[in-house]
Each structure stands twice: as C-alpha cells, then as structure tokens.
Ligand binder design. Structure first.
Ligand SMILES: *[C@@H]1O[C@H](CO)[C@@H](O)[C@H](O)[C@H]1NC(C)=O
Ligand SMILES: *[C@@H]1O[C@H](CO)[C@@H](O)[C@H](O)[C@H]1NC(C)=O
Ligand SMILES: *[C@@H]1O[C@H](CO)[C@@H](O)[C@H](O)[C@H]1NC(C)=O
Ligand SMILES: *[C@@H]1O[C@H](CO)[C@@H](O)[C@H](O)[C@H]1NC(C)=O
Ligand SMILES: *[C@@H]1O[C@H](CO)[C@@H](O)[C@H](O)[C@H]1NC(C)=O
Ligand SMILES: *[C@@H]1O[C@H](CO)[C@@H](O)[C@H](O)[C@H]1NC(C)=O
Ligand SMILES: *[C@@H]1O[C@H](CO)[C@@H](O)[C@H](O)[C@H]1NC(C)=O
Ligand SMILES: *[C@@H]1O[C@H](CO)[C@@H](O)[C@H](O)[C@H]1NC(C)=O
Length: 320
C-alpha cells in the first residue's frame, strides 16, 4: 500500500515535470517519414503523427529497428506504425544500422547503444517527448539488439519503458561449460549486472521460422536459444518466477504471460504455431510474408505491441 502511494506520487511528480514542454512543429512535417542525420553521419527516419501538433501533453516514442539486410524504410513498411490503423499517438524513429546490421550480431563492432542514446538526445531537444514512455521494437537482428543489448544496457534499460522483439535473433556465446558447444535449452546471453530488472518484455515468434528457429541452435558460430528458454530467462531476471498463464489469441497463436496476476503480463511471449515463419505477423500481405512464402498471419503483431506499450504507459510505469 505504502509502495503504491509512493509510486503514484512519483508518477504525478514526473507527469508534472514532463508536461512542461509544449509541442512546437516548426521544422517538422507531421504524418510523413523524415530522414534525420546526426553529426556522426548516422541517420534514422522520423515519423511525427499529425496529432502531435494539437497535443496538450508530451508524446510517447517508439524506436523500431529493422532486420538484418533490411533498412529503416523497409521496417516502416513492415510495422506500419505510421498508419493511423495502428498508431495515432506515438512518435516513431526508425534507426538505420551500419551495413544494415546491429550490435549483438556476431562480428558486428558498431556501437548502436551509443547511436540510440544520440537519437534520444536529438529527439528530446527537437520534440516534446514523454521520457517515461519510450519504447523499443524490432525485427530479427533488430529484435536481438532490442531484447539482448538495449534491454540489458545499464543506462538504456532505464530509458526504455518496455521492449517488443519480433522473431528475435538472440545470439549468445556458446555454453563454455559444456565443451563450448551450443545448448539452446541452457544458453544465456548475460545482461549487464547493473541493467534494470523490471523491464516489461513481449516477444513474438513463429513456430515455422527457419531463419531464427523457435528451437534455437547454431548460427553464425554463435548459439541461438530455444525461444521459451529466452523468455523464461527474462521472467527470472524480472523476478516473476517460472510459472506462466496462457490464452489463445487466435486459433493459431498462444500468449504466455509471466507475472500476469498483478500487472497484466510483465513478460509475455506470443507463439504462433500456425504458418508464421520469419515474418512480422500481419493479417495482410507484407514484404516478409511474401518473401518467406508463409502469407498472412492470424493477427497483427503491431496491434498487440501498441496495446502492450499502452498498458505500461497507462499504468505510468517509470522508465527511470
Ligand atoms: C538518409 O539520407 C541519406 C542521404 O541520402 C542516406 O544515405 C541515408 O541512408 C538515409 N537514411 C535513412 C534512414 O533512410
Ligand atoms: C531500402 O531498401 C529498399 C529496397 O532494397 C531500397 O529501395 C531503398 O532505397 C533503401 N533505402 C535506403 C535509404 O537505402
Ligand atoms: C558504446 O559507447 C558507450 C558510451 O558512448 C560506452 O559506454 C560503451 O562501452 C560502448 N559499447 C561498446 C560495445 O563499445
Ligand atoms: C559453438 O558450438 C557449435 C557446436 O555446438 C560450433 O559449431 C560452433 O563453431 C561453436 N562456436 C564457436 C565460436 O566456437
Ligand atoms: C508455460 O508453462 C507451460 C506449463 O508449465 C509450459 O509447458 C510452457 O513451456 C511454458 N511456456 C513458456 C513460454 O515458458
Ligand atoms: C488453444 O489452441 C490450442 C492449439 O490450437 C488448442 O489445442 C487448445 O484447445 C486451445 N485452447 C483453448 C482454451 O481454446
Ligand atoms: C512450414 O513451412 C514449410 C516450408 O516452408 C511448409 O511446407 C509448411 O506447410 C509450413 N507449416 C505450416 C503449419 O504452415
Ligand atoms: C490488420 O491490419 C490491417 C491494416 O494493416 C487491417 O486492415 C486488418 O483489418 C487488421 N486485422 C485485424 C484482424 O485486425
């Protein structure tokens, strides 16, 4: 009870501070993607919804990371978070990876954590953003970066309110205690010991994913986890125990929630046991399901993601 009152007080205080900025649209075109380049030369696409100009409170932000060998504009075409069907409220930034890849992929040496921090800094001086409602999503390599690098970083894990990796490539070093081989059921990609331990996570994976298989295994000489094992590690980090509750989202997709009782599922896993492969789940055709040949899914991942982000923002969970 005392904790609840304290949290409510902190939320009220933060809201009061956050409400201090007023949206200013000079130099911004709402409703379309803008190419923004940082002084480092790195760039991202920025989407400011048309509702931004009439907001009376700071806007929430979603960072969305493209998959390997894909780019920022392709990610925008995939998640459709620029469409009013999914998003009327969130500012969305689509960072562009160097050589279309991300930190966390074996052999990649770029510092995308620092790049992300630079984007947040540029955006917070340009826009009126709610610093307690910054979220991150991504596909494949981009999802691996979100779920294993950003969410595990001592600083950035406290700047993001929740993360939503889709078909995540969660590369980990081999299990050195098992003759350096890859055991998908026990492999762990260690988080920074000072990272946040109450971060809400929602992971989506298709059982028919042949690029980043649900069952894990060796890829790029690194070890991919059995996806439920990866989810269970997060539930453990977040102190939610090992038991989950589940329900069927559709006839094909099941939702597993850890910590569901009090908060509505802090760590959530959406498993599609139908046709979904290495694709961003959508009930319409997209680049992924066309290219992978699995076709439309039984649900729209973007709807579930925005709803998950709304849950945390509406509860006023603090990002830091
Ligand atoms: C932004 O434009 C520059 C110059 O054309 C280009 O190199 C870069 O890839 C673009 N960034 C994005 C995120 O599309
Ligand atoms: C992103 O990839 C698409 C498809 O290959 C390409 O048409 C587009 O020019 C790329 N955008 C950038 C900024 O490189
Ligand atoms: C990335 O840069 C940050 C500071 O900008 C630094 O703390 C961190 O160690 C760097 N990470 C890597 C993997 O180089
Ligand atoms: C990891 O173990 C697998 C066998 O399970 C092996 O194929 C792979 O080369 C190992 N990776 C490294 C970096 O040693
Ligand atoms: C959820 O719990 C059930 C029953 O213990 C288990 O079979 C299943 O693997 C769990 N799912 C996840 C994603 O951990
Ligand atoms: C959920 O879906 C699975 C697999 O399609 C099915 O076996 C199970 O009966 C369904 N459960 C409920 C509660 O509908
Ligand atoms: C899974 O993919 C394979 C190969 O693409 C396909 O033959 C199979 O029908 C798919 N399974 C389902 C359940 O769609
Ligand atoms: C999925 O999203 C598309 C828009 O991208 C929409 O037309 C379709 O109705 C949505 N499907 C469901 C089941 O909501």
């Amino acid at each position: 009870m005392a904790r609840r009152v304290l949290i409510a007080g902190l939320v009220a205080a933060l809201t009061a501070v956050a409400a201090a900025c007023t949206p200013d649209t000079s130099g911004i075109t709402t409703g379309k993607l803008m190419n923004e380049t940082l002084s480092s030369g790195r760039s991202y696409l920025l989407f400011v919804p048309s509702s931004y100009s009439t907001r009376s409170s700071p806007a929430p932000l979603i960072l969305s990371y493209h998959g390997g060998n894909r780019n920022a504009s392709q990610q925008a075409a995939l998640d459709l978070l620029t469409s009013t069907f999914f998003n009327v409220e969130y500012v969305v930034a689509y960072p562009q990876g160097i050589n279309d890849r991300w930190q966390g992929v074996p052999g990649v040496t770029t510092n995308d954590t620092a790049f992300t921090a630079s984007i947040l800094s540029a955006l917070s001086s340009k826009l009126c953003l709610d610093s307690s409602r910054i979220f991150a999503t991504g596909k494949s390599d981009g999802a691996g970066f979100v779920g294993d690098v950003l969410a595990c970083d001592a600083v950035l894990s406290r700047r993001v309110a929740a993360v939503a990796p889709v078909s995540g490539a969660f590369y980990a070093p081999n299990n050195t205690d098992r003759g350096a081989g890859c055991d998908p059921y026990t492999v762990v990609n260690a988080c920074n010991t000072n990272s946040r331990v109450d971060i809400p996570v929602i992971e989506f994976h298709g059982g028919n994913d042949t690029t980043i298989p649900y069952g894990g295994g060796v890829r790029r000489r690194a070890c991919l986890p059995y996806v439920p094992h990866w989810v269970q590690i997060w539930a453990g980090r977040d102190g939610l125990g090992t038991a989950n509750s589940s329900y069927n989202l559709t006839a094909d997709a099941t939702v597993y929630q850890f910590g569901a009782g009090a908060e509505g599922g802090v760590v959530t896993h959406v498993f599609d046991g139908g046709s979904v492969g290495h694709s961003w789940p959508a009930t319409i055709w997209n680049d992924d399901n066309e290219h992978n040949g699995d076709g439309p899914a039984s649900f729209n991942a973007s709807s579930v993601i925005v709803e998950f982000f709304q849950t945390w923002s509406s509860r006023g969970r603090r990002a830091f």
